[in-house]
Write a protein of this length. Structure first.
Length: 118
């Protein structure tokens, strides 16, 4: 049994399913190892993923920065047609750009007494 030195934290990050691959790839690239759990719920019942990361307290901010960068809430431009009331003739309507908030992560940080790797 190997006990890790120093204070340990468990980061549980619930992120949108579309963002998890980039987030986990970037975490791995920076030396963080993550366990991915499939989850559902939240607004609009979209697919989400819970990422578990055991990390030394001194490296925690680095992991949080990656989560914020890759899965944090951001604005994206999408395009939509203007709607016309039912029964009206449908002339050709230009596509309208609309700015939307996408992404987002909810992060829980838990103090750990011990992490053991076998």
């Amino acid at each position: 049994m190997a006990k890790e030195a120093g204070k340990q934290k468990l980061i549980l990050a619930v992120i949108q399913g579309d963002d998890y691959m980039d987030t986990v790839d970037e975490l791995n690239h920076n030396g963080f190892f993550a366990t991915v759990l499939s989850s559902t719920g939240g607004f609009l019942k979209k697919r989400s993923v819970t990422v578990m990361i055991g990390v030394e307290a001194g490296r925690m901010q680095g992991a949080l920065d990656i989560i914020k960068q890759c899965a944090g809430r951001r604005k994206e431009m999408t395009y939509t047609n203007l709607s016309i009331s039912a029964g009206s003739p449908t002339p050709s309507i230009p596509v309208m750009p609309v700015q939307m908030h996408v992404g987002g992560a909810v992060v829980f940080i838990i103090d750990l007494e011990d992490i053991q790797k076998y």
